[in-house]
Design a protein around this ligand. Structure first.
Ligand SMILES: *[C@@H]1O[C@H](CO)[C@@H](O)[C@H](O)[C@H]1NC(C)=O
Ligand SMILES: *[C@@H]1O[C@H](CO)[C@@H](O)[C@H](O)[C@H]1NC(C)=O
Ligand SMILES: *[C@@H]1O[C@H](CO)[C@@H](O)[C@H](O)[C@H]1NC(C)=O
Length: 490
């Protein structure tokens, strides 16, 4: 009795201490990236309530979608609003367009009580996969947006920045002190940094230890987290035990080497996915994000940049419409599932209890679309049906060592069919598959593998319209109608 009581107060003390450290350590609260590439988005007001309930004080957006921005009105949540890369060229070449963007997407919302603090001009525009498409337009767009902010009198309260992938800098030796900007964009980077510095604006960088592990099978796993010691990187008198600090400080060295050692740095994205790859799972994600929170809660910073770290977790909610070109994990970055349920517990320092879930979620009916047990697995229609379902819905949980990786062959056909059916709002036409599929009210989920039921949403309808537009649903529908017509004839 004594012991458990003591233990309990020990844990309470620890939690209180953690919260206290977060506040006193000068961390201005944790932020989250709120992306909306999803077929069944939660209502924006529900998401804003979730952010408040769980103590997120900042949010980073990838565009200025009206529903999202309006929901943030009077919430006090600090907003970094984004400009998509495909707008950069227009904003770079047309001052009036930049002024219009600021007027419509910053001034009007600021006047309406949205706490906008940053404009993110582009999103990782210098990623090598973009083949240099945005090299010319990023800096002029940044300049025009800054000019427009000055003109409207907002430039002291709203700062510009460019969220950049960590591959804009490198260290040939692997030691942070050898850090410098990538040689093909070195001069451009210096011009951008000088512009940010002249305007009191921060550098924003996205850092992904998960990707280090994903890209390199020999990467020491514990170096990706915050409690490892097996593979330190020794850099002069400094020893790095985690790749986050080492990567961050490679940037600080690069800035310092080029004369901007004091430029403020924001970590625009940091996180860990939970599915779609052998290293993407709940344990690793929880360990990484909690480790990161504890790491920054001390206010110690990194060896080269002592002090609080300003960061946005990536991401808030899973997005089932993201491109899986980078990998199958791409749709699983959320701290919450698509329907606003925390995937694992986290102490973000603002509450003593863990994360809450989104409130008042309305689900579709409890029914699933599955493979008919009477059909042979060798049926010639099976393979094309799976391909179709997976191409148009989401099968990223079906690979090796993923959440549904242990299903048998029938199980993974059912998984694919159900995914397509739910994404189409349980439209019966979407559970056809040449008669291979059938509906069931018995949940086919297993311990690790969840056969989802989608949520009700207005934009579920617009997703279906998109399907109609690209012809697939309409063809199925016409076939179905002609079939019914033939039946009535005979
Ligand atoms: C404001 O942002 C939205 C969403 O990103 C965009 O569609 C719209 O074109 C922007 N307005 C202007 C005037 O550029
Ligand atoms: C970049 O170049 C590669 C190879 O030339 C091409 O396959 C890819 O589509 C290009 N990507 C973009 C975004 O232009
Ligand atoms: C489906 O299940 C089988 C096991 O019977 C597995 O070998 C196969 O890789 C799975 N298919 C997919 C797409 O994951």
């Amino acid at each position: 009795m004594m012991i458990s009581g003591t233990m309990k107060s020990f844990y309470t003390m620890k939690t209180l201490l953690f919260s206290w450290i977060l506040m006193v350590g000068g961390v201005s609260g944790i932020g989250a990236n709120w992306g909306t590439q999803t077929s069944h988005p939660l209502p924006p007001s529900t998401v804003v309530q979730l952010l408040k309930d769980d103590g997120f004080q900042k949010v980073k957006l990838f565009d200025a979608e009206d529903g999202t921005m309006s929901a943030l009105r009077n919430s006090k949540i600090e907003v970094m609003v984004g400009i998509p890369n495909d707008m950069l060229l227009t904003l770079a070449t047309n001052v009036k367009a930049a002024e219009k963007w600021v007027s419509e997407n910053v001034s009007s919302y600021v006047n309406d009580g949205v706490n906008i603090r940053y404009v993110a001009v582009g999103n990782e525009p210098f990623l090598q996969t973009y083949n240099g498409s945005f090299i010319q337009s990023t800096l002029p767009a940044l300049q025009n947006i800054q000019g427009a902010l000055i003109k409207t009198g907002l430039s002291s309260q709203v700062k510009v920045t460019v969220p950049l992938n960590a591959d804009v800098y490198e260290s040939k030796s692997g030691q942070p002190s050898d850090g410098d900007f990538r040689s093909d964009i070195h001069d451009l980077m210096l011009n951008i940094i000088k512009f940010l510095s002249d305007n009191g604006a921060p550098f924003t960088v996205n850092i992904y230890p998960f990707i280090s592990l994903y890209n390199d099978p020999n990467f020491p796993v514990d170096y990706a987290f915050f409690d490892g010691t097996s593979s330190p990187v020794v850099d002069g008198s400094t020893t790095y035990n985690n790749v986050f600090d080492a990567n961050h400080d490679t940037l600080i060295w690069a800035l310092r080497k080029n004369g901007f050692g004091n430029l403020p740095v924001i970590v625009g994205e940091i996180g860990w996915p939970t599915d779609g790859d052998m290293n993407a799972n709940l344990n690793f994600a929880q360990k990484f994000i909690q480790g990161f929170m504890t790491h920054i809660s001390t206010g110690q910073g990194t060896p080269m940049r002592p002090g609080p770290i300003d960061a946005y977790l990536f991401s808030l909610i899973d997005e089932d419409e993201k491109s899986i070109q980078p990998g199958n994990f791409e749709r699983h970055w959320g701290v919450y599932t698509f329907d606003g349920i925390p995937k694992y517990q986290l102490n973000l320092g603002m509450r003593n209890v863990g994360l809450a879930r989104a409130k008042n979620i309305r689900y579709l009916d409890k029914k699933w679309c599955v493979f008919k047990p009477t059909i042979s697995l060798n049926d010639a229609n099976v393979a094309p049906s799976i391909s179709y379902a997976c191409a148009n819905a989401d099968c990223t949980s079906l690979g090796y060592k993923t959440s549904c990786g242990d299903l048998d062959a029938m199980g993974n056909i059912s998984y694919a069919f159900n995914s397509y059916y739910q994404k189409n709002d349980q439209d019966e036409v979407a559970c056809g598959f040449n008669n291979l599929a059938t509906l069931t009210s018995k949940d086919p989920s297993t311990l690790n593998c969840k056969f989802v039921i989608m949520i009700e949403t207005d934009s579920g309808f617009s997703w279906r319209l998109k399907g109609v537009r690209d012809g697939s649903v309409i063809v199925v529908y016409i076939l179905y109608m002609s079939f019914m017509f033939l039946i009535t004839l005979f």
